[in-house]
Design a protein around this ligand. Structure first.
Ligand code: FAD
Length: 376
């Protein structure tokens, strides 16, 4: 009987464990190593920022993995040793026949001098501790900024700015609270092409949120962000730091230039027993830009990787990752725009954006609900 080890119990790891259920039912062992006790979708952080929901109501304990026949080991992965086909955690050494690496990408505020002054939109603890300070503002300037590349879920900072617009309107102070969104990129969502950028930038403009592209952060100081050219004074900075893979991935020898680059169709790495999915991988699109980091891709890639493992175990047919993905951009007032794309299409991503509707806002809630219900 084979042992399949899944590293990471986030979006990709949980999708892989669920898809590997036929292997567990056939008597193979599926082990998920994750240091956290619970899972919640990243999109919850936006609702915490705007005070519309908490994390607890969208969190599920990882014990739920048992329903897929998978064993959850709550531990920290400290070494990945492909040549020995084993993984070391703080307390155990796990040999594997197949490995699914889904350890994600870490927001790294330490890479930007002074970034600790900013509220980290992507850090659940920082956000829970300091969202109330943002919401308490009654006048001044709030900047929502991307401090470096790459980062996951490209629309999320803009959604954060739009949800804050709604929040401050609700408080009756919006005319006294200025909102600015900035990015080092030349446009809001380069991977979504001109249609995606126009949709986001149009919404920001309609809400009176100033958008500043090409703002490359050099450092943050209390009360201001210093760019390579110019600066921006602000009373509050809600920031998205640049992301990097966990150190244990960099040390594994599986990463090239910082990221793992598996076969985009199969997610198999250069080591035939190791698959890598989600934010820890970098997959180029036909236009040369990297595929955006998003849960919907982590999930689809995990299913593909699982199908190849199942096939090798004589259980089903292998699938291919086609780069299809979608997301819901919340614009406030219980409405969301839906973005649907074929991101690995030739000669470049084909993306469509539908105008914001209440139905798409509800679809986003269903997106969260369905994943929590089917994974845990
Ligand atoms: C504000 C926000 C909004 C978002 N909205 C959306 C959205 O609407 N749609 C969408 O598709 N995506 C969205 N995303 C992006 C999505 O959350 C990520 O792309 C997705 O979680 C990536 O999945 P992953 O499995 O690669 O990594 P993760 O989900 O981050 O999982 C990695 C796991 O590995 C664990 N781990 C890391 N290192 C170790 C170690 N050494 N030992 C043990 N465990 C370890 C971590 O604890 C983590 O649980 C959003 C993200 C944010 C922050």
């Amino acid at each position: 009987m084979a042992r399949i080890v899944v590293l990471g119990g986030g979006f990709g790891g949980l999708a892989a464990a669920a898809a590997l259920r036929p292997a567990a039912e056939a008597g193979h062992e599926v082990v998920v190593v994750e240091r956290r006790q619970t899972f919640f979708l990243g999109l919850r952080k936006l609702w915490v920022l705007a005070g519309s929901a908490d994390l607890a109501s969208g969190s599920r304990p990882l014990h739920g993995l048992a329903r897929h026949g998978a064993r959850w080991l709550q531990d920290e992965v400290v070494a990945i040793e492909p040549e020995g086909r084993r993984v070391r955690t703080r307390t155990a050494q796990l040999a594997y026949d197949f490995l699914v690496l889904a350890l994600g990408a870490q927001p790294r505020p330490d890479l930007v001098a002074g970034a600790e002054w900013a509220v980290n939109l992507y850090d659940a603890e920082d956000l829970q501790r300091r969202a109330a300070d943002v919401q308490a503002l009654r006048q001044g300037r709030v900047a929502v900024g991307i401090l470096g590349l790459p980062y996951k879920c490209p629309p999320a900072p803009y959604e954060g700015a739009m949800l804050l617009d709604e929040f401050f309107r609700g408080q009756g102070v919006r005319e006294r609270v200025e909102l600015v969104a900035f990015t080092p990129q030349p446009s809001s969502l380069p991977a979504a092409g001109p249609v995606g950028c126009a949709a986001v930038e149009g919404q920001l403009a309609a809400k009176g949120i100033r958008f500043e592209p090409n703002r490359k952060t050099v450092r943050v100081e209390p009360g201001r962000v210093v760019f390579d050219s110019g600066e921006l004074a602000c009373d509050v900075l809600v920031a998205v730091p640049p992301h990097r893979p966990p150190q244990v991935v960099l040390d594994s020898g599986l990463a090239e230039d910082g990221w793992i680059r598996p076969d985009p169709r199969t997610l198999r790495t250069a080591d035939e027993r190791v698959f890598a999915v989600g934010d820890v991988v970098e997959i180029p699109m036909a236009n040369g830009m990297p595929l955006p980091k998003a849960g919907v891709f982590a999930e689809a890639q995990a299913k593909v990787a699982a199908s190849h493992i199942l096939h090798e175990l004589g259980l089903g047919q292998p699938e291919q990752f086609d780069g299809y993905g979608y997301c819901f951009i919340e614009v406030g007032d219980r409405r969301a725009a839906k973005v649907v794309g074929r991101f690995l299409a030739q000669p470049g991503p084909q993306v469509e954006v539908s105008p914001p509707t209440h139905e798409a806002w509800e679809e986003k809630r269903a997106f969260e609900r369905e994943r929590l219900e089917s994974w845990l």
